[in-house]
Design a protein. Structure first.
Length: 256
């Protein structure tokens, strides 16, 4: 098993970010050019759709990184503040991309990572159990109220990845359960709206496959070691995430 753990944490992060960027570029350019369509995949070729789904390799990796960050950081308060600052910075280019699609009431995924970290901190505090549970629920609900990416489920995935960090079977079961509920609710929403069909089954299945591949990438192929340039690796995602929004917006403006 150890022979296939060929990637350090930074290498895994770069792989995930690579698929995130190209998947987002394809998906968001399609939506920005066709904001009136309800199914962006209908306007994509098969390879564009596949690349768009492949971007879901990234969120599980970042969720794992939050749990690692909580465990290994020297100052959890500074870590939380850093996430919040970059979430606020990222919100401006996020709006450039998403206002034409979803309006102003959206928040980027770094807010979800921030509230995921707060949920872990709350759970590990010395408060009574019912208070800790309530705080985890409030952190998850905050992402729903903000319409943040991976609303509700991002925080829950981060929380369970931390809670069962040393229990691989329980961690896998909880991860699959939350991911299935995430897609299950999406299917219910499509059924209510009358948009569920064979194509929806195909796309929802691909979503689950790539979300699971992200989990496999972290648990099977990652050796947990730091990269050769940990400081660069630490700051690369913080900087690249808002920058990749700007790149997509600039490409859209150029194409338009």
């Amino acid at each position: 098993m150890e022979k296939i753990r060929i990637f350090d944490r930074d290498a895994v992060k770069y792989i995930a970010i690579f698929f995130m960027f190209w998947g987002h570029l394809v998906a968001w350019l399609t939506l920005m050019r066709n904001p009136e369509i309800s199914d962006p995949y209908a306007a994509m070729s098969w390879w564009q759709g596949l690349l768009s789904h492949a971007s879901l390799l990234c969120p599980p990796v970042m969720f794992f990184m939050i749990t690692d960050g909580y465990k290994y950081t020297h100052d959890r308060k500074k870590y939380a503040i850093r996430l919040l600052i970059f979430a606020l910075i990222t919100q401006i280019p996020d709006w450039l991309v998403f206002v034409p699609i979803n309006g102003w009431w959206t928040a980027n995924v770094i807010f979800t990572l921030f509230f995921g970290l707060l949920a872990i901190i709350a759970w590990e505090s010395k408060l009574k159990k019912w208070q800790r549970v309530l705080l985890v629920i409030l952190c998850s609900g905050a992402t729903l109220a903000m319409s943040a990416a991976w609303e509700i489920f991002g925080v829950l995935l981060i929380f369970f990845l931390h809670l069962y960090r040393d229990r691989p079977k329980a961690r896998l079961i909880s991860y699959i359960a939350v991911a299935c509920v995430w897609k299950g609710l999406a299917v219910m929403w499509q059924l209510i709206g009358g948009t569920f069909d064979g194509a929806a089954i195909y796309h929802d299945t691909l979503d689950l496959i790539f979300v699971m591949l992200g989990y496999v990438l972290m648990t099977v192929f990652c050796n947990g070691k730091k990269g050769k340039h940990p400081v660069f690796g630490k700051w690369f995602f913080y900087i690249f995430y808002p920058v990749h929004y700007l790149i997509i917006w600039l490409v859209f403006r150029f194409v338009a």
